[in-house]
Design a protein around this ligand. Structure first.
Ligand code: TLP
Length: 354
């Protein structure tokens, strides 16, 4: 069976050009700051994000954790969206390892936070009963909100509220380039108001490993120690940076193809009875839809799709997520739609008979 793998853009494989660059990479000991390829990638990342400095990390999860460790003290409170990846998918690292209390504010359908709710949720320092708020975490694009994008204005509104209260803002920009391509703005327009941003090389950009944390020089100097503490100080990591440099040159503009495929996928899914989504709301490469419980349960739908050769994941009980990426062609999208339509029809038919 030829599977169509829509589980995640993390499944993208390194290109031949990346593999060649990795083999030829100039390397050194990065714990000593002496890996030339890592240094080049960090400079490039900082420049792209409009920040003073950057630090290479093993993963997006490590970048987000190190950002929290760097900005916060134990016993602080941090605010994040109730659909945030840092809340749902990072094993509770902020609480378990950084010792902060996580307070949730609502994400709207696009993954945005309401600046007024953020303002009201911030707790000041100086009252011994309160954990003081030290950080607000944003996410762009927003994974659990169907890859929704936040404009520079959306981001600025939250940053203005946070900064007025002396609170820092971290942006989980794992897919920041998807947002930049969708909005047709440079990535740094989306990061100019936040204090730091993390972005990933190992998602739609096709690298095997890697994420960059970017911020002020002072922030990055402190983050370097936290990264060492959590075991993220790597030695000849330049072999990984070499792939990252190729990715930044060759993998960003093509994200528009993934977005077009996701739009087509969403439109097709919306026409299948028993599936619910609004294709107009899909902005980047993540499509999330609901399965009508009258048709079947989400987990059973996933099993049936797998048997039909379509791999997907589930962000919620009746929800299915499909992610387009470099290995999914427009023909794959049509084939996936045909398979999904067949599975849904068969399940509806079986229900009808039952
Ligand atoms: N997301 C993964 C899963 O964890 C859900 C995926 O397949 O989408 N921030 C965001 C917004 C992410 O989507 C992810 C990964 C991360 C951080 C964590 O990155 P890694 O996997 O490199 O630790």
């Amino acid at each position: 069976m030829n599977f169509i793998d829509l589980r995640s853009d993390t499944f993208t494989l390194p290109t031949d050009e990346m593999r060649q660059a990795m083999a030829a990479a100039e390397v050194g000991d990065d714990v000593y700051g002496e890996d030339p390829s890592i240094n080049q990638l960090q400079e490039r990342a900082a420049e792209l994000m409009g920040k003073e400095a950057a630090l290479f990390m093993a993963s997006g999860t490590m970048s987000n954790l190190v950002a929290v460790l760097t900005h916060c003290q134990r016993g602080d409170e941090i605010l994040m969206g109730d659909q945030g990846h840092m809340f749902w998918n990072e094993s509770g690292g902020a609480s378990a390892l950084a010792g902060v209390q996580v307070r949730l504010v609502s994400n709207d359908e696009q993954g945005r936070l309401d600046p007024e709710e953020v303002r009201k949720s911030i707790r000041p320092r100086g009252n011994i009963h309160f954990p003081p708020t030290s950080l607000v975490c944003l996410e762009n694009t927003h994974n659990r909100c169907s890859g929704g994008v936040q404009t520079p204005e959306d981001t600025k509104k939250v940053c203005d509220v946070a900064h007025a209260a002396g609170v820092k803002v971290h942006l989980d920009g794992a897919r920041i380039f998807n947002a930049a391509v969708a909005l047709e703005v440079p990535a740094k327009a989306l990061t100019q108001d936040v204090d730091d941003v993390s972005f990933c090389l190992s998602k739609a950009l096709s690298c095997p490993v890697g994420s960059l944390l970017c911020g002020s020089q002072e922030f990055i100097d402190q983050a370097r120690r936290w990264r060492k503490m959590v075991g993220g100080g790597m030695r000849q990591a330049g072999v990984l940076a070499a792939a990252g440099l190729v990715a930044l040159d060759t993998m960003i503009d093509r994200l528009a193809d993934d977005h077009a495929n996701a739009r087509r996928l969403a439109q097709g899914l919306a026409n299948i009875p028993g599936l619910r989504l609004d294709p107009e709301k899909m902005q980047t490469n993540i499509v999330i839809f609901e399965v009508d419980p009258a048709v079947t349960s989400g987990p059973d739908f996933i099993k049936a799709l797998l048997q039909a050769g379509v791999k997907v994941t589930y962000p919620g009980l009746q929800q299915i997520r499909m992610v387009t990426h470099r290995h999914v062609t427009s023909q794959d999208v049509e084939e996936a739609l045909a398979r999904v339509a067949r599975v849904a029809r068969e399940l509806r038919g079986a229900r009808g008979r039952g």
